[in-house]
Write a new protein. Structure first.
Ligand SMILES: CC(C)(COP(=O)(O)OP(=O)(O)OC[C@H]1O[C@@H](n2cnc3c(N)ncnc32)[C@H](O)[C@@H]1OP(=O)(O)O)[C@@H](O)C(=O)NCCC(=O)NCCS
Length: 177
């Protein structure tokens, strides 16, 4: 499946594009995830992500049930989304995802393009449910997912320790028509 290059417009009506990642995007993706990880508040890693070579191999050998998207402003990667479809008959109706935009590029509605492109891919794969887990201490992301049709399914208390405080993992999901 190929998502193609899709142009969307942010809240200030400026264009950004979303496309599937290619192996040469590995340095930018690793750099972005590493930076977001070092911010501490949003994703589990804290700068200890894949090496560029590992990421390059993941992108080169990606199975059909794995999607990696990038969002670009002025041809530079400002966001990424990864989704993995369940590999068993029991769970192949579910894709589990994660996403992040670079600091300085958030709050302008650009996450929406990544989610829209994910939805198109998911429908083509007969995926019925998209699942994500979010830190309870990340109200922006929880708000963002709720606004895009996700619902809270439950939570697991004390699953992370962030800045010295215990934080629950909130499970959210969206069902596709
Ligand atoms: C979460 C993320 C993907 C959302 O994408 P985005 O393009 O920045 O999101 P949007 O601009 O469309 O929406 C942000 C919303 O959060 C709201 N918001 C901002 N701060 C908030 C807060 N403290 N509490 C609640 N809502 C908040 C904004 O008002 C906006 O809501 P609105 O669209 O109803 O006005 C992006 O901000 C991001 O990458 N954040 C850092 C990494 C991260 O948290 N990833 C998700 C891990 S599960």
């Amino acid at each position: 499946m190929c998502v193609g290059v899709i142009t969307y417009f942010d809240r200030e009506n400026n264009p950004y594009t979303v496309r599937e990642a290619v192996p040469d995007d590995a340095p930018d993706i690793v750099g972005l995830i590493t930076q977001v990880g070092l911010e501490q508040d949003y994703i589990a890693n804290e700068g200890d992500y894949y090496s560029v070579e590992q990421q390059r191999r993941i992108l080169a050998d990606r199975p059909p049930g794995q999607l990696v998207l990038v969002a670009l402003v002025d041809n530079r990667i400002i966001g990424t989304l990864e989704a993995v479809q369940g590999v068993f008959r029991k769970n192949r109706h579910v894709a589990t995802m994660g996403m992040a935009l670079k600091k300085g590029f958030r709050g302008l509605g650009r996450g929406e393009g990544l989610l829209t492109a994910l939805g198109e891919w998911a429908q083509e794969k007969d995926i019925e449910k998209i699942a994500i887990s979010v830190f309870e201490s990340n109200p922006t992301a929880i708000h963002f997912y709720l606004r895009h049709g996700f619902a809270v399914e439950g939570s697991r208390p004390n699953q992370f320790r962030i800045r010295g405080k215990m934080v629950a993992e909130v499970f959210m999901a969206k069902y596709l028509p």
